[in-house]
Design a protein around this ligand. Structure first.
Ligand SMILES: NC(=O)c1ccc[n+]([C@@H]2O[C@H](COP(=O)([O-])OP(=O)(O)OC[C@H]3O[C@@H](n4cnc5c(N)ncnc54)[C@H](OP(=O)(O)O)[C@@H]3O)[C@@H](O)[C@H]2O)c1
Length: 240
């Protein structure tokens, strides 16, 4: 298979790149750091790389002829920053997170969806955070809720082109992204385990991959509460 993965230089994307390469597939790993990308190629020679910033929308590189047509396009790159003071809303921070987590997805679809072969699969890495309104997640949660909505619509609209869509909703995964968090992160798993779960789900043709199971069950159960009740619980989470 030919697999293209964004956000391949770190965390979940790095483990997905190594995992698919070790399984013998041809991987196109995308990232912003050439040094980190070179390390991937050194580890697995069947990983080729594309170095660019996904928020520089006019500078996406062309995919080399031998990189396509793709069997799997995994749009995984993303970032998380919190809105610490909703009253003095930081619009620049909001824009930064919406840009990488949502707007860049639109540009990536424009650039590479035509490179996905008939019968291929698009994978969008969202987050379980989109299930619930979480304190300080105005930017991250909104971007991922938007992304999950986008994934569902694409699953409908791309069906007639024989392109399957999978959305991924991880709980907490230990990566540089979560290393920055100072709050408790229950049921956190490692990036390698997360990547294995995603690869297994993709191989089974799943349209929605959610993990870890117990954490997702908890989030889904809480999301069924009336919002007024969840709001009170969430307010208690943040009040001293
Ligand atoms: N970790 C979790 O608990 C968790 C939970 C739910 C969902 N997710 C989602 O999983 C995905 C991967 O996250 P992760 O935890 O593996 O985070 P990570 O270790 O921080 O990796 C993020 C990747 O995205 C790349 N990236 C960020 N901004 C970019 C930009 N402007 N242009 C190009 N590449 C960019 C990073 O590149 P650099 O190396 O250059 O920074 C890195 O390769 C994200 O979409 C995240 O929202 C993570």
């Amino acid at each position: 298979m030919k697999v293209m993965i964004t956000g391949a230089t770190s965390g979940i994307g790095k483990q997905l790149s190594l995992g698919y390469a070790k399984a013998g597939h041809q991987v196109v790993a995308c990232g912003r750091s050439q040094t980190k990308l070179d390390a991937l190629t050194q580890a697995q020679p069947n990983i080729s790389t594309l170095c660019f910033d996904l928020t520089q929308y006019d500078s996406y590189p062309e995919l080399a002829a031998d990189h396509g047509p793709l069997d799997l396009l995994i749009l995984n790159a993303g970032d998380c920053e919190y809105i610490d003071d909703a009253l003095n809303f930081d619009a620049k921070r909001f824009e930064k997170i919406i840009n990488i987590n949502l707007i860049a997805i639109g540009y990536a679809l424009q650039a590479w969806l035509p490179k996905l072969k008939t019968g291929g699969r698009l994978v969008l890495v969202s987050s379980s955070a989109q299930l619930l309104a979480l304190p300080r997640a105005e930017a991250y949660g909104a971007s991922k809720a938007g992304l999950s909505y986008l994934a569902k619509v694409l699953a409908i609209d791309l069906a007639k082109h024989q392109i399957e869509v999978t959305m991924v909703h991880p709980g907490f995964v230990q990566t540089p992204l979560t290393d920055r968090n100072t709050f408790a992160m229950p049921m956190m798993i490692g990036a390698e385990e997360a990547a294995e779960t995603i690869m297994r789900g993709i191989a089974k043709g799943k349209r929605d991959i959610r993990f870890p199971r117990l954490f997702i069950w908890l989030m889904q159960s809480l999301s069924l509460l009336p919002f007024s009740l969840w709001r009170r619980l969430a307010m208690r989470m943040v009040s001293p």
